[in-house]
Ligand binder design. Sequence first.
Ligand code: AMP
Length: 519
Amino acid sequence: MTTADLTLDAALSEWSAQYGDHTAVTDGQTAWDYRQLYEKTLVLADLLRKRGIVRGSRVIMQMTNTVWFPAVFFALSRIGAVPILCLPAHKELVIGGICRNAKPAAMIFTRRYLKFQYEEMAQNLAAQYGCAERLFFEDEFAALTSADADAALERERAVTDLPSADDLAFLSLSGGTTGIPKLIPRTHRDYLYNARVTAERAALSAESVMLNILPAAHNFALGTPGIIGTLMCGGTVVMQKYPDITEFFANVEAYGVTITSLVPALVNMCIRYRNLFDDDDVSSLRYVMVGGAMFRPEEAEAAERLMHCTVIQVFGMSEGMTFMTDCDAPEQVRWHDQGKPSAPEDEYRIVDADGNDVPDGEAGEIIVRGPYTIRGYYENPDANRRSFNSAGYYLTGDRALRTPEGNVRILGRVREQINRAGEKIMPAALEEWICRSENVLECAVIGVPDAELGHKICVYAVTEKPMTLQELNAFLKGEQVSDFYLPDLLRLTDALPLTPVGKVDKNELLRMLEQEERS
Ligand code: AMP
């Protein structure tokens, strides 16, 4: 059997044999070497089996960034159970909706995170969906796996009915929707490949120390290359539980972190922090991978300058495909583009509204297909008709162009385009212009329905000092921005609302504005 034919847990068994006593994962309280992580996985698998979790059982898994996340994930993988990976920010509405569709057999929750008590929600959901006997909280696992561990190991090692590489490994939740997320089915084979090709592109090795601050349940943190990509190379994963920037830099210094993955909102927090305090030792940090949302060239430049690192831009999606810039890409590419597909077999096209390829340099929707990109959502034929074309390409809804060097540059969402009295405005372009003002720290542009114009342009901005709409527009005119791009509304705010993985939540901004207009 080659590595490509392994399941995730069988791969962990190989890594454990190969990297043995090298630290695999730490969260500041607990550190496990590869052998210990693997043995924890076996003991957990035995425990979960005893509580009735079997092959094919769907398990709601909402855990935070501790060492227990990978242990539970690999244990479920060994059983052949299917974790449904929820983020800590998902609450009853989303998880309840998923339960209705996916009918879970068990649930694993965090008890409390960032002031939110999940316990009551978990108990309600478990009672409602018949999982009360199979409800676990992450803080119980240490005690549950400490007694009788040798016997548990022996029992688990004797199990022979194990899943295979093409079985479903987990379901993750699609991002960017206002309703119940769609379920994204990933197999062991596709996900190990996903982690391998992205780990190679990020030059991961046994010397790598990956700081994991994004929620582990998200594709970027889990396997792009994230936790799994680091483990397959024999590196060390540092799990940071809270998105706290002071702690982030303390961890970089304490663990000699060499690489981390961030969304742009977190990079901006790092930039602001380093502008104020630059006394943490960041000399170990080589690469900062940035993806998940629009990232401006000035931000990339500032991140490299202030964090003494090289930026690797990532354009990817939980549905699979990941584009990355190379570690040694020139500045021009690193700061402006999102690079090339991770695997040689990956295919992509940039097409117009009729599905015809556009010439290089022209913008269109980027559509993708490849060995680790899904061909359909889990039990959702309606969504599949909308999101995939007849040749199996996933329609990303992202607007992109191909540069003369063959890199992609993401320009925003196709449908995010604001149509103001017939003029088409791309929020991402306007955001870039507005952020050129020294007074603006961050901003987001949304289209607001308007009876006369179709849409008005509204800007939410975080500024150094107060600013009026007139001042903003005077600044934009000075930048030679076309008149039809000038915003109609400006709202100042202390912080932009973020989605569960830290992208700016434009749906929430729209809701805020609607609420303001109603009151
Ligand atoms: P998710 O499945 O949550 O990872 O979200 C995937 C979506 O995030 C993509 O379809 C894009 O809309 C957006 N995205 C990911 N990476 C980038 C990037 N580098 N620049 C702009 N948008 C991005």
